[in-house]
Design a protein around this ligand. Sequence first.
Ligand code: NDP
Ligand code: 2IT
Length: 449
Amino acid sequence: MADMKQYVQDVLDLVKKRDPDQEEFHNTVKEVLTTVVPLLEKNPQYKEAKILERMIEAERIITFRVPWQDDKGEIQINRGYRVQMNSAIGPYKGGLRFHPSVNLSILKFLAFEQVFKNALTGLPIGGGKGGSDFDPKGKSDNEVMHFCQSFMTELVRHIGPNVDVPAGDIGVGGREIGYLFGQYKRIRDSYDAGVLTGKGVDYWGSLARTEATGYGLLYFVKNMLDAKGIDIKGKTVVVSGSGNVATYAIEKAQTLGAKVVTCSDSNGYVYDPDGIDLDAVKEIKQVRRGRIKEYAATHPKAEYHEGCKGVWTVKCDIALPCATQSEIDLESAKALVANGVQAVGEGANMPSTLDAIAYFQQNKILFAPAKAANAGGVATSALEMAQNSERLQWTFEEVDGRLNGIMKNIYESAKKNAEAYADPDDLVAGANITAFKKVADVMMVHGLV
Ligand code: NDP
Ligand code: 2IT
């Protein structure tokens, strides 16, 4: 054990030495590598083949200039990226994030997570991620379109249905995917529908893709609770975010009979003791593209609080972080545990810091890690690719049924490997070991590439 622990430490030191300023990337690599030590012990061939050193180095990283003109005629320059992390088990697959905070560290962390998440789905997709420091907030449709067209004019040469298949993430939804696809099609002069996922259902998008990440999160959490004999019905749930993942997590939680009392955006959160009125949230966020503060104006019993961190001080049985990375730090984890939280399910990518995860685990809180719990979105993207290949569209029920089955499989495989290699309830280790083994074994088969 000491030998492999040292090997992992050496690789972590290497990651830090090469890119000292990439903290988000360091953290995700640390989370994965420290939990796979027992697997490395049993499989010394991975060390001999330097699998870890290969996994931490992206196969390719592209950065590019994105020039565009705003509505005032002023020239704007953003930076675009695509991190093609690992293509062992399929074409690179993963979302695009448009947010001012985007940088290489964040995209490398997201791409690294994506490699293992995608392996967990059991579907043939490798891992990648991309995006830009463009801020869609406050921009007109026209400005968003011009930005997307310029972004795709460069990205087009790096992607394709069998090469790299982007989709949405923060700041990239149906509107952006539409503009990106239109420009791709125009430049390529070819209807390569499978080059992007999250498309509209009238142009080869999959039914249930919009709902998939949030629904999948609840399917996973339900599996985790069922195994402990806990009924989700009647439970109080705290959700952060009010975007794609949060909205459909709230929807499915409510369908399953839970009471969701919060949602948030980057300015603050609303607490509604009657349970969140999801139609109102959809109207504010999806139709008006407004701020969650507006909810309180039409719901007199609801309270709006400035600052998003306070959401974790609301008493609940289940917490579902669905906004962004590092939103639950140790202090927030302590507040949740002190208030009696029973389960945490990560809808966002890496929403809990490493010390927050450790605190949940020490306190025996059921913990559903992001790369397992939010894999329903990308799994359904892979189902969209399958539908595009056969030029057919499956029904909502067909896609949703498959999603439910995929989430059950992910839960069961993570649980099985937690039992075999770690603490039987440690789904972080279980998910990492399941995914790592699959990717590492295929990399071994492919030889030194
Ligand atoms: P959206 O852009 O639809 O929504 C993001 C939500 O999170 C908004 O409410 C936004 O508020 C809030 N948010 C964003 N950044 C911050 C921040 N720095 N601090 C506080 N709140 C913030 O994105 P998604 O719902 O698609 O993504 C949410 C999370 O889920 C991300 O971590 C993403 O990587 C992950 N994810 C998404 C998947 C998908 O299919 N879309 C699949 C798997 C994971 P505001 O409007 O103020 O910015
Ligand atoms: O983080 C994620 O898994 C996503 N943003 C979805 C990626 C995808 O290709 O559907």
